[in-house]
Design a protein around this ligand. Structure first.
Ligand code: ADP
Ligand code: MG
Length: 166
């Protein structure tokens, strides 16, 4: 499923909508170049999970992990600064990855494969100055049905002229 957003605000709204279908233990990966909108999307997810809007949701590029408390704990990772094939076990984040919260992972490419068989992969592509495409790829059975219903929900609530689902 692919959705196109045409403003940062709309990307945030998309994240907020996604938060509604997230459950404890979910892992969502965000792949896209610098400036694609991974952090902006994450802000929407945080607000959608009930983190207060006034709370600053910042990029964890230097801290690696930012933690927020919403209806579920949110663990926002950015592995940009790690070398390829970093081992999650050595990094010591197993508690978050296999806990009761939601993990949002920027730069999952830096991790050696196999942190989980069940995760939602989101690929973000820059289409133009303000246009971004979000492609949702479910891995494992847990996300398949949820991504379908998310797509239907997005079609209903987003302006058809500026957002397309296909
Ligand atoms: P990343 O975390 O992927 O490096 P950020 O979310 O930090 O990206 O930044 C995205 C940048 O792109 C911001 O400056 C934002 O204003 C801009 N932008 C323009 N159009 C969009 C859009 N449709 N969605 C998200 N960000 C957008
Ligand atoms: Mg970022």
């Amino acid at each position: 499923m692919t959705v196109i957003t045409t403003s940062p605000a709309q990307t945030e709204q998309l994240g907020e909508r996604l938060a509604r279908i997230l459950e404890g233990g979910d892992i969502v990966t965000l792949q896209g170049d610098l400036g694609a909108g991974k952090t902006r999307f994450s802000q929407g997810v945080a607000f959608g999970l009930g983190v207060e809007r006034s709370y600053p949701i910042t990029s964890p590029t230097y801290t690696i992990l930012n933690e927020y408390e919403g209806r579920l704990p949110l663990y926002h990772f950015d592995f940009y600064r790690f070398g390829a094939e970093s081992d999650l076990r050595e990094l010591g984040f197993e508690e978050q990855f296999y806990g009761r919260g939601v993990c949002l992972v920027e730069w999952p490419q830096r991790l050696a494969a196999g942190f989980s068989e069940e995760y939602l992969e989101i690929r973000i592509d820059l289409l133009g100055d303000d246009a971004r495409s979000f492609t949702l790829i479910p891995h494992g059975s847990a996300f398949e049905a949820r991504v379908v219903s998310f797509g239907q929900n997005i079609k209903k609530c987003f302006d058809h002229d500026s957002v397309s689902c296909y």
